[in-house]
Each structure stands twice: as structure tokens, then as C-alpha cells.
Design a protein around this ligand. Structure first.
Ligand code: ISL
Ligand code: CA
Length: 606
């Protein structure tokens, strides 16, 4: 039975936006709902909901999320590694972007084979990042600023140094053996042909017992066995541990992979290049997520976003349709990965890109909410990948991307540094990289298969995850003010003298300040959240023009996604007084033709 759980965060939701006005009503309604339901046990309660354009309003639909990658955010103690105190010290900076949720990449105890995505202890803060006291202080600072904090839940796998795995590998009859996935060899080889995302087989032979364990990522990231109910309840307990501290939800790492077909058939022919579609199609996924929702999520007013690598659009409602009580929303990879196939750069066109959002809009109805993101810690910098990071157009194109991110339909996610227009890093050789994905790929392609080192580096310069992981550029001082150490854990981009927070916070025309303006506009414009989306000119190779319409309010967003001037005809034209915002100085144009400058973005209101 789907009962409304009273909003725990009433005080919080009273603060902002148009949800607040309805909070009292909703709480009153949900309490009444419970009473009614109790009175009418056995009958189906009819839920009268106030909807906006058919959508049930939720705080997380109206939110804008900012992702912090703690290792690279700010170092407070001079060891070259970002930490929690560093984040707390810069909460005003984050608040100034106009976001209201922070997603923190893993901050848990970890040996860092994959920068914290390999967890050794889910209830302990990574030593390099600080203490639980530092975490509590960060959480307090976030709440004081009326923001919310969402954690990264990495529970498809743990570190091989987690105590469960240390036990599990000891013997076949160890009580923790069944916490992971162990199989004997098959015909003297691995149990099947599954591959790891970080090169090679997904199986590793463990000498202690002569069996293989499964690791879809690094060898040091053994996959948990979710078919063991004890494992699932361990996960639910650790989720409650953090939710009870007051965090506001989770981003769930590769969550569709948790259920495995335990017969482990080989990857079908043709599926080898993209095993994620097989890994994401395990038999008990939805059963487990519904159980997680029942046991944990339904008891809190948190938000959940699943990193749904390997989930096709048609399967999205299975994870995120609100009536199914699984997740609130997922990350769909179609847009962010339009420029690469399995780590290999590929070119793309604007009509292909726009078609993705139209497809998403058509595939998801009012019950399934979407996310909008074009970057994160696993992808290149947004301005380098989707804009133009040359001196001429970096600022303008980064602002155009901000305009787009904050007006497409779905909860937007901004990755740290993108609000400054930080760019990809000029990698020269393999020694410049830290990422295990790159190092393993180097061994596979350059060392074993003799692919040219120059070609390999050229490709990684465009696609590598390390592009996004270089430290935040705070000011023009050495190491961009990220650390006082002689060396940061990963080199700071040499362009920190021009591109840094200090300069941008003080410059009213900066990308940072534009994000602030756009977020303010979004906060007061329900049409950008719940309004209908319509692409006006899908085949236009340079211009992305779309409308967002809610009731009588209609907005036109016109984006010149090219380095050339374009004369664009608007059906019906624009009139004086309809201009709302632009990323370049306002031009007094009206009539049916807009003379768009390179990378110009404008919004009009009808
Ligand atoms: O970027 C990738 C490989 O280079 C993707 O395949 C990525 O690994 C995939 O999107 C899953 O990502 C998540 O889980 C990984 C972790 O390395 C990523 O940082 C995380 O976002 C394993 O936990
Ligand atoms: Ca530090």
C-alpha cells in the first residue's frame, strides 16, 4: 500500500521554492491519509494529490545538485589531499552557486585503489579526509545554509580489505564466505568470460582456497553477493546509520549490477563490448530495491539517484517509476557518453545529442523523473567535451551549457569546477595519470597489444576520468590554492592562473556568477522544473531551441551550440519585453530573426 510518509524535513522544506507553500497541506493530508487508511483497512485509499502538470511535486525534483569529489576539492592540512574540513570551509562558495543539495563522492575508509569507490569500512571516515567529528561539522554547516547532503552508496562491491572479504577469502566454510561470489574454475579457466571495466577478466583466482571471486571493477573491488539476505541487511543497516545522522539520501553506485544470474552464463556473442547491459539485467534487481525501499527509504524523506550504467531508456521506469517504490531517479548515460564508446573517443552531432533528450522526454511519463548531467568524476570536463575550451569561447560556451543544464527537464547535477569552466588537463604521458582505469588500459593496449603510446595518450586526453579529477582551482597562487603542500595528489591544471574561484567570485560576468543567476531564475520558475519540453528544430545542426511550458507560461531557450554566428528564425518571433537572460551582453532584437553570436544562449518568456 502506498501511503504518504509525513515529511520529516518540514522545517527544511518550508524554506524555499514552491514546494514549501504546499508542505503544510501535504503533511496534513498525509496524516489524514494514515488515519483514513487505518480506518479503512482492506479498502484501497484514494489519494487525491495536487500535481503540477501531472507531476507530484517533490523537493528533489526542484533541487539542483552539486557534486563534490572530496579528494580534489580543498586540502585544509597541507598533505596534498582534499578533506572534509576543506569542504566545510568552502560551503559559502558552494551556496553561492545557488545549489541546494551536495552529493559527496565516497568519504569512507578506503585503501583508495579506486579513490574511495573501494570501501574498507562503511562507518568510518577515510583517514586522509578527517574524522567523524569533521563529518558532523560538515553536515551541520550544510544544514545551516539550508542545503542538504547526499552520500555515495557503493554497495555493489567493497574493498578486498573490508573485514567481510578478509574473512570470506580465508576458507570455504568461513561464515562470511557467502558475502561474496566464489566459483571454482571451469575447464581449468575462469568460471565465465565476463570482463572487468578496468581491463581483463572479472574473475580473480584466490590462492587460499583455489577458487575465483567476481570483481566487475578492480581486483581490489570484490562484488558482494546480494542473494545472501545477510548482505542486504548489512547494507540496509549502514544506510540507516547515515540517514539517522541526518543525511538526505544517496547516489547509488552501479546499483543495477547488484543482482547476478548465479548460473553465470558467458556473455552472449556481440555483448562483449558493452557487458554493462548484461550486468544490469540480473534477475532479482527490482525485488531487492523494493525491499530496500520498504526496509529503509520509505522511512525517510531522502532522495535517491541510481547510477544506472547499463540501463536502457525503456527499462528506466522499472527503476524510477514512483509507483514502484524503488528509486527516485537514475542517471542515464546516453548524453554524457555521446562522445565516447567504451573509452574510445567518437565524434557526434548536435541533432544526435538533441534527439536523446526528446527520446527521454517521450519514454518517461509523469511518474518517472529524470536527471540532467553532462559531467562527473568519471567523465571529461563539460566545457571541453560539449563546449569550446579555447580562450575565445570558453566562458561563453560554459555559460551556454549552464543555461541548458538548468532548463532541460530533470534534476540538474553540476560537477565541482564546472561552475568555473575548468577544462581538461593537457596530459603528456602515462605518468601524468592516477586513474586505475587508465593504468590498466595502458597495460592492456600499449604494453600487451602494442597500440601506439601517442595514440593512447591522445585518446585519454579527451576521454580520461582524470580530466575531471584534477584539484579545484581556488586562486592564482601555487597549486591553485588547493594545497599548501609542494605537490597535490594529482597535478593542478596549469591554467589555474586564469581560471580560479577567487577571480570568478569577484567578477560579475564570470561563469560562477552566471550559475548563480541561472539558479535564481530556476528557483522562481516552476516551468523549468515541471513544464512541458519541446524541441523546436531537431535537425538544426547548430542551434538547440526548445520551449518549457507550464500553464500560461512559456519559455523559449535558444542556444547557438557553435563557434559561428547564426541567424535563427523563431516561429512567431520575439517582442520587446520578452527577453529574460542571456550569456552575452543583451542585444535589443525583436522580430522573427535572432542574430546569435557564437555560443550565445538566450531565454525569452512568452
Ligand atoms: O568510467 C567508467 C570506466 O572508465 C565507467 O565504466 C564507470 O566505471 C561506471 O560508470 C561506474 O562508475 C562508478 O563505479 C565505479 C567507480 O570507479 C566510478 O568512479 C563510479 O562512478 C566502481 O565503483
Ligand atoms: Ca588534506
Amino acid at each position: 500500500m502506498a501511503l504518504d510518509v509525513p515529511e520529516r524535513g518540514l522545517a527544511r522544506s518550508q524554506r524555499g521554492g514552491y514546494t514549501s507553500r504546499m508542505s503544510y497541506l501535504r503533511v496534513a493530508r498525509s496524516r489524514l491519509g494514515i488515519l483514513l487508511a487505518l480506518a479503512l483497512v482492506g479498502t484501497t485509499p484514494s489519494r487525491s494529490q495536487t500535481t503540477t502538470n501531472g507531476y507530484q511535486p517533490k523537493w528533489w525534483k526542484e533541487a539542483v545538485v552539486y557534486q563534490v569529489y572530496p579528494r580534489s576539492f580543498k586540502d585544509s592540512n597541507g598533505d596534498g589531499i582534499g578533506d572534509l574540513k576543506g569542504i566545510t570551509a568552502e560551503l559559502d562558495y558552494i551556496h553561492g552557486i545557488g545549489v541546494n543539495v551536495i552529493w559527496l563522492s565516497p568519504h569512507y575508509d578506503s585503501p583508495n585503489a579506486d579513490n574511495g569507490y573501494d570501501i574498507r569500512d562503511y562507518r568510518k571516515v577515510m583517514t586522509e579526509f578527517g574524522t567523524m567529528g569533521d563529518f558532523d561539522e560538515l553536515l551541520r554547516g550544510v544544514k545551516q545554509r539550508h542545503m542538504r547532503l547526499v552520500l555515495d552508496l557503493v554497495v555493489n562491491h567493497t574493498s578486498d580489505e573490508h573485514k567481510w572479504f578478509v574473512e570470506s577469502r580465508k576458507s570455504k566454510d568461513n561464515p562470511y564466505r557467502d558475502y561474496y561470489i566464489w566459483r571454482p574454475s571451469k575447464n581449468g579457466k575462469e568460471p565465465n568470460n565476463w570482463t572487468s571495466f578496468f581491463s581483463g577478466s572479472a574473475w580473480k583466482l584466490d590462492p587460499a582456497t583455489g577458487e575465483y571471486y567476481l570483481h566487475l571493477f578492480a581486483e581490489k573491488q570484490p562484488d558482494l553477493n546480494w542473494d545472501n539476505p545477510k548482505v542486504r541487511h548489512e547494507v540496509y543497516d549502514l544506510m540507516k546509520f547515515w540517514l539517522d545522522k541526518g543525511v538526505d539520501g544517496f547516489r547509488m553506485d552501479v546499483i543495477p549490477f547488484v543482482s547476478k544470474d548465479q548460473t553465470f552464463p558467458d556473455l552472449p556473442k556481440g555483448a562483449e563490448a558493452h557487458p554493462e547491459f548484461i550486468y544490469a539485467a540480473g534477475p532479482h534487481l527490482h525485488e531487492y530495491l523494493q525491499e530496500m525501499n520498504r526496509e529503509v527509504l520509505s522511512k525517510y524523506d531522502g532522495m535517491t539517484v541510481g547510477e544506472a550504467f547499463g540501463t536502457t531508456l525503456d527499462k528506466t521506469p522499472l527503476l524510477a517509476d514512483e509507483r514502484r517504490q524503488e528509486l527516485n531517479m537514475i542517471f542515464n548515460f546516453d548524453a554524457v557518453r555521446i562522445n565516447q564508446d567504451n573509452g574510445h573517443y567518437r565524434s557526434w552531432t548536435l541533432p544526435e545529442f538533441k534527439a536523446i533528450y526528446t527520446r527521454q522526454d517521450r519514454a518517461l511519463d509523469v511518474h518517472t523523473w529524470n536527471t540532467i548531467f553532462l559531467s562527473n568524476h568519471d567523465n571529461p570536463r563539460v566545457v571541453s567535451a560539449f563546449g569550446d575550451d579555447s580562450a575565445a569561447y570558453r566562458v561563453t560556451s560554459a555559460k551556454l551549457l549552464a543555461t541548458m543544464l538548468l532548463t532541460l527537464k530533470g534534476t540538474p547535477f553540476i560537477y565541482q569546477g564546472d561552475e568555473l569552466g575548468m577544462t581538461n588537463y593537457p596530459f603528456q604521458g602515462i605518468e601524468d595519470f592516477d586513474d586505475i582505469a587508465v593504468k590498466n588500459a595502458w597495460k592492456e593496449y600499449v604494453v600487451s597489444q602494442k597500440v601506439s603510446a601517442a595514440d593512447f595518450i591522445a585518446n585519454m586526453r579527451k576521454t580520461s576520468r582524470d580530466n575531471a579529477r584534477t584539484p579545484m582551482q581556488w586562486e592564482a597562487s601555487p597549486n591553485g590554492g588547493f594545497t599548501t603542500a609542494a605537490k597535490a595528489w594529482l597535478a593542478v591544471n596549469p591554467n589555474y592562473r586564469e581560471i580560479n574561484a577567487k577571480q570568478e567570485v569577484g567578477d560579475p560576468n564570470s561563469i560562477y556568477r552566471y550559475f548563480g543567476q541561472m539558479n535564481e531564475l530556476r528557483r522562481k520558475t516552476p516551468a523549468f522544473v515541471y513544464g512541458e519540453y519541446s524541441d523546436l528544430d531537431p535537425q538544426n545542426p547548430k542551434v538547440y531551441a526548445y520551449t518549457r511550458k507550464l500553464g500560461e507560461e512559456k519559455y523559449l531557450i535558444v542556444l547557438n551550440c557553435s563557434g559561428e554566428a547564426v541567424a535563427y528564425s523563431v516561429p512567431g518571433g520575439v517582442k520587446p519585453g520578452q527577453w529574460v537572460i542571456a550569456n552575452l551582453a543583451r542585444t535589443e532584437e525583436h522580430g522573427s530573426v535572432l542574430n546569435l553570436r557564437p555560443w550565445e544562449a538566450r531565454i525569452y518568456k512568452f
